[in-house]
Write a protein that binds this ligand. Structure first.
Ligand SMILES: Cc1cc2nc3c(=O)[nH]c(=O)nc-3n(C[C@H](O)[C@H](O)[C@H](O)COP(=O)(O)O)c2cc1C
Length: 205
């Protein structure tokens, strides 16, 4: 009997199926359970878990293998406060998070850095859920403060960025201190799905 690698080995074949089925279930569970978590316990995230978050970031695909992204791990309370003030709305949660990862990119390396940085951010979010951690994406790109400065401008010095660096997101991470229900199939916006052509009948007026 052939296993997934085309090798004839009954034991490995069944082991392969079990591993495959388990990883499918785990992944499906992760995508239903992941929610934006904005309240964290006052408990540091273990180094090993931080390493897994970073491995996930580094495993994210990159267009043309350009890899313009860099990841800054922030656990200094003073820095987290400054980062939380770098845009007008929606970043306050960072000041009380034990950990954040800033997803930055060198726009001089790659014009479509936003896509690379987005997929890396999503990988980190999913890995956080996989590790039993909460996470929330805080948008920085195209956001800023009331004085008209962009979040990237505000954070250039704080995070020691180069002129060609841009920040897409800062991910707040930590042990969850709030309960959010997992999604179920009833939450799925099925009208967003189309078959062969965009179906105007399903458009919301
Ligand atoms: C591109 C993007 C930007 C976001 N920016 C922020 C933000 O700046 N601050 C924040 O508190 N949440 C932010 N979020 C989280 C969303 O508000 C959240 O994903 C949405 O409400 C759906 O909830 P869920 O993540 O629990 O499914 C962002 C999410 C995405 C994908």
């Amino acid at each position: 009997m052939d296993n997934f690698l085309g090798r004839t080995n009954r034991k490995n074949y069944f082991y392969g199926i079990i591993t495959y089925a388990k990883s499918m279930t785990d992944f499906n569970s992760i995508i239903y359970h992941r929610r934006s978590i904005r309240n964290f316990k006052n408990q540091p995230v273990e180094t090993e878990k931080i390493e897994w978050l970073l491995k996930a970031a580094l495993l994210a695909p990159s267009g043309k293998r350009m890899y313009p992204c860099e990841f800054i791990v922030i656990d200094d309370i003073k820095l987290l406060k400054l980062v939380s003030e770098s845009k007008q709305h929606g970043a306050e949660l960072l000041k009380d998070a034990p950990l954040a990862i800033a997803v930055i990119a060198d726009s001089a390396i790659y014009d479509i850095w936003v896509e690379d940085a987005s997929i890396a951010s999503a990988f980190i979010m999913l890995e956080a859920e996989n590790l039993g951690l909460g996470c929330c994406w805080v948008q920085m790109h195209q956001r800023g403060t009331a004085d008209g400065k962009s979040a990237t401008q505000n954070l250039k010095e704080v995070l020691g960025l180069k002129d060609s660096h841009e920040i897409l997101s800062v991910l707040a991470i930590g042990y969850k201190d709030e309960e959010k229900r997992a999604y179920t199939d009833t939450d799925l916006k099925m009208e967003k799905i189309h078959h062969n052509k965009f179906d105007r009948k399903t458009e919301k007026k």
